[in-house]
Ligand binder design. Structure first.
Ligand code: ATP
Ligand code: LTN
Length: 333
């Protein structure tokens, strides 16, 4: 019987800090689930992370930690390609080529560029501007069909699709045009301190973000301080964004519906609800935290996985880079 070729998934995460609950529920949890059905390639995107100034020692440590965390979460380096972006030089090469097929005007419209330039007015570098082109190169190199991300990355994915279409129209079928894979209910987990903002790795308020390596006490304390509203009913509604955010988190980690949650907490106050959310989150993260401790302690295992991941990534992307190079008129040896 002829074997059906699995579709390809590609996604990436920046090693700018320990991943948070938003990263986990909005993206990483899906990375794990998609491994059986798809051929997956997952990358720690170190090249992207230097668009904002990083401390070198810290970046190196966080790259290894993020890599170990992916494995601890259940991403299997035997089954999927798990690699550090900078270990495969094809990303930077394709990014250069694609930057010559991307317009200044298109990049100027990217909201992440506008947000980050506002946040770091002292360092609006060219890499911050061309960031989405490198992301397009990441995805198109592997001919990805599908890209699991949070909603904040939708605009970058639209741009990737436009670049792929443009190139295909000019030179004939070269790239697969990728689809976003966004799980609506957790596509944007909000900050615990300000439910109008997304939960972020770089928030200055330490109570705004739950990091996936936070211990139980820290998790409980952060949830107890989470901003809600002056009411006391656990339900969705106008002005109840804080409670709704907690409900989304609770629904995601316990796999229950909003109606179910409303019923459970009828007549109980926010205090009880926050305690339940904190406990559910701490329980769901605990097994992964245990596995993480073992993996991060085993330096030679990590290095072996990174080396093999880099080789697999190079092999999986070489053909695309050659094809593109030929099409634009380079001599390929
Ligand atoms: P920062 O918060 O510092 O801007 P980030 O967490 O957005 O960083 P990445 O590490 O690149 O940046 O994100 C990894 C994945 O997590 C992406 O798919 C992104 O869409 C998703 N993600 C990020 N924040 C959230 C959030 N609050 N809710 C849901 N998904 C999120
Ligand atoms: N830009 C993304 C991280 C990222 C990515 C990718 C996601 C870099 N390359 C390729 C999906 C596919 C972010 O900031 N979350």
């Amino acid at each position: 019987m002829e074997e059906i070729k699995k579709k390809r998934i590609f996604s990436g995460i920046q090693p700018t800090n320990v991943p948070h609950l938003g990263n986990y529920l909005g993206a990483l949890q899906n990375w794990v689930k998609l491994q059986d059905e798809y051929d997956c390639a997952y990358s720690i995107v170190d090249l992207h992370s230097i668009t904002v100034r990083q401390d070198p020692a810290r970046l190196r440590r966080q790259t290894a930690e993020s890599y170990a965390l992916l494995i601890a979460m259940g991403i299997d380096p035997e089954k999927s390609i798990v690699f550090v972006q900078g270990h495969n030089p094809a990303h930077a090469q394709l990014s250069w080529i694609l930057s010559c097929y991307t317009q200044f005007g298109e990049l100027s419209r990217m909201t992440q560029f506008k947000d980050k330039s506002q946040k770091h007015p002292e360092n609006i570098n060219a890499g911050l501007f061309t960031y989405p082109v490198l992301m397009a190169a990441d995805i198109l190199l592997y001919q990805a069909d599908c890209v699991p991300v949070g909603i904040d990355q939708k605009q970058h994915l639209e741009l990737t699709r436009n670049i792929a279409d443009r190139f295909n129209n000019l030179y004939g079928e070269t790239f697969t045009v990728p689809e976003p894979y966004i799980v609506k209910s957790v596509a944007k987990i909000a900050s615990l301190a300000d439910p109008t903002k997304k939960m972020s790795k770089s928030d200055d308020n330490p109570n705004a973000t739950i990091f996936v390596l936070d211990d139980r006490d820290t998790i409980m304390r952060k949830f107890k301080r989470a901003v809600t509203d002056s009411g006391c009913e656990v339900r969705r509604g106008e002005g109840k964004e804080g409670v709704e955010n907690l409900m989304s988190i609770y629904a995601a980690v316990t796999e229950r519906s909003f109606e179910d949650i409303e019923r459970e907490f009828e007549g109980k106050g926010y205090g009880d609800f926050k305690t339940a959310v904190g406990e559910a989150v701490a329980d769901s993260l605990a097994p992964m935290q245990e596995r993480y401790k073992q993996i991060i302690a085993d330096k030679s295992y990590l290095e072996k996985c990174m080396k093999e991941g880099a080789e697999k990534a190079y092999k999986a992307s070489r053909k695309t880079l050659q094809k593109v190079s030929k099409k634009v008129g380079f001599i390929v040896l």
